[in-house]
Design a binder for this molecule. Structure first.
Ligand SMILES: [Ca+2]
Ligand SMILES: [Ca+2]
Length: 202
């Protein structure tokens, strides 16, 4: 027995450095007031005939006391965005940690939780890099309930359909990343819930 115990301790000792590796870094849990507009805590809007409403949901949530509820209608030729981070029009939409204070090289992916309804809708998850270039990762609503979506940085692609006027368009994902946004793509209509956006080491 004693031998086994010592062996276990030795194994734990060997793996301790691995276990103590990088912790996930919470960027956003969508807690607190959720509102839009210039003073908003979420930067959201739509155009081209599409529409989007964003509220807090307390009945369906993954962590904390609420999630971000997105009620949308994405029509052909339309677009929308639901964003959080820095440098956005909504003044209070910042996430928790300032981008320049994050050790980005410790992480290789960004992840979020989404509550699917198996609607078959495609959801774009975009990040804006330090040169204002927009990068995209696509996920599908082809499941029911909560699911963690892991988006490795090296699997994002630069958006070819649209870039901000001030984007550097250099084809390089320049850190630090300043904001993220969700966009259910046309044509689709329904409700999605998002929660717990974090930086992870896969
Ligand atoms: Ca939450
Ligand atoms: Ca860039």
């Amino acid at each position: 027995m004693k031998k086994i115990g010592m062996g276990l301790i030795f194994i734990l000792f060997l793996f301790a450095p691995c276990l103590a590796q990088v912790n996930d870094l919470l960027l956003n849990d969508f807690e607190g007031p959720i509102c839009g507009g210039p003073e908003g805590t979420v930067d959201f809007g739509a155009g081209g005939g599409s529409s989007v409403e964003v509220t807090a949901a307390t009945d369906i949530k993954y962590s904390g006391s609420q999630s971000l509820k997105v009620t949308y209608n994405a029509v052909s030729g339309g677009y929308m965005w639901v964003a959080r981070g820095f440098g956005l029009d909504a003044k209070n939409a910042a996430w928790i940690e300032k981008p320049e204070l994050i050790s980005w090289d410790k992480y290789n992916a960004i992840s979020f939780y989404v509550y699917g309804s198996d609607s078959q809708a495609q959801i774009a998850f975009d990040i804006k890099d330090n040169g204002n270039e927009m990068w995209r990762f696509l996920v599908g609503d082809n499941f029911k309930g909560w699911k963690q979506m892991v988006c490795p940085f090296n699997e994002f692609f630069a958006r070819s359909d649209w870039q901000p006027d001030n984007a550097d368009k250099n084809g390089v994902l320049d850190f630090p990343i300043k904001s993220f946004q969700f966009e259910p793509l046309p044509e689709a209509k329904g409700i999605l819930y998002f929660d717990k956006v974090e930086l992870i080491k896969k």
